[in-house]
Design a protein around this ligand. Sequence first.
Ligand code: NAP
Length: 521
Amino acid sequence: MTASLLPNYIAGQWVTGQGAGTPLFDPVLGTELVRVDATGLDLPEAFRFAREQGGSALRALTYRERGALLTAVGKVLQANRDAYYEISTANCGTVKNDTAVDVDGGLFTLGHFARMGETLGDQRHLLDGEAARLGKDPLFQSQHVLVPTRGVALFINAFNFPSWGLWEKAAPALLSGVPVIVKPATATAWLTQRMVQDVVNTGILPPGALSIVCGSSAGLLDQLQPFDVVSFTGSADTAAVIRSHPAVVQRSVRVNIEADSVNSALLLPASSAEDAAATLELLAKEVAREMTVKSGQKCTAIRRVLVPEALYDAAASAISARLAKTTVGNPRNEGVRMGSLVSRAQKNAVDQGLAQLMAHTEVLHDGRSAALVDADSAVGCFAAPVLLGTREPDANAVVHDVEVFGPVATLMPYRDMPQALQLIRQGQGSLVASLYGSDAAALASAALELADSHGRVHVISPDVAALHTGHGNVMPQSLHGGPGRAGGGEELGGARALGFYHRRSALQASTAVLTQTTPVT
Ligand code: NAP
């Protein structure tokens, strides 16, 4: 029996593609689940409808009213949470804890922006800074304002976060008053489609505020107009295609790119043996967790681990001991800690990347010899944790360059802090680096040294061992994105997230006029 074709939602209508569709699979059982297809969709009408109907309806609301819509959306999603867990297990191969990172992480982020709407209050624009005198007489001044862009926000998303990837972008866009068209990655589009379907069917959002196109991205970028924005998450290769697309280049379309990243974890030198043991344990715990959460399919996961030379062997043992406890297999089995990768294509990519790294490294822990729990390796798309090591990281360019999007990391020793920071910079710009130590001054200094090449620096010291939010967890309050290789994008960061969806303008006028633009709070 052919699996059902998921409908797309555009121009206020559910529309099924005219092609046979691309199948989505269960990466554990190998069974076909549903199909997606975008053939024959009237994309010009989809964008026009979103821009005109969705945009004007959203802009007519205040931030507080839009925040209330997000709260209502959150309630709908919460009510259907069990279904999302089932879809995630079936289509992404995730254990419950990993599903939570995506599903509950999405809901948490949505809630953050819903509450922000309340704080921003009954206004439809934002002031940017104070009024500034333009001449000697203070009567004529300049006041910068932020107003929602009169276009569509097109999201082209990656396969690893079908829920969080939607809501971390849609929440700030909708709160800003900008309608959304999302194109999820094909392999895991089902969860995104189902969430949009649940929200659309309740009629909470104005028509045109939220649309979804599943399947091929063909033709989407051609629709872009000057006031639209594109937020892309995925590979550097696709990012380059988007950046250079004629519609983007010729119409100055604003683009945000979140691409790949070879993130690092750095253990700072310790002042005593006890200190070294304590901070090494903090590092080992975080590295093992980051390698295995979502089977390493997190853009923020730790890929490089740097430790003082004298601690290389101890770090290898401590991380390996934790990885050895990771049971891999069918996520439906309660004894399994780590499920599968999302697809055969990802399994092939991970195997290929691992082989590339293994040609230049030693293997410190190899989980591939352990038996799968309740699963067949010939059918499922499984990857086991592998810790690699290189004792000559200066001369080993490949470990700073190849991102294996799976449960793989490389350990490396460093002589002194300048070398450690230099090695981290060989990643050419990353989403996140984490630092481990107990000397506050040394941690602060290293954090500031790395801030120019990282969107986020996560510092773990013993005093916050039980409090910190995790190297790889993206919190809505903090910036997500990174310079250089990481794509150069910026998402989240509290109210900063709204900036991408607003246009800044300087109003130059008399103080009497500018006073009228001051929002009522
Ligand atoms: P990808 O192949 O670049 O796909 C990403 C998205 O782009 C998918 O929706 C894909 O659609 C679409 N796409 C593919 N070709 C396109 C084209 N020519 N024009 C427009 N859209 C196109 O990336 P991926 O392999 O799925 O994702 C893994 C990568 O994403 C990793 O490198 C990871 O580091 C990165 N990532 C980054 C972040 C972050 O926040 N920085 C988060 C997650 C993942 P189809 O699925 O239909 O091909």
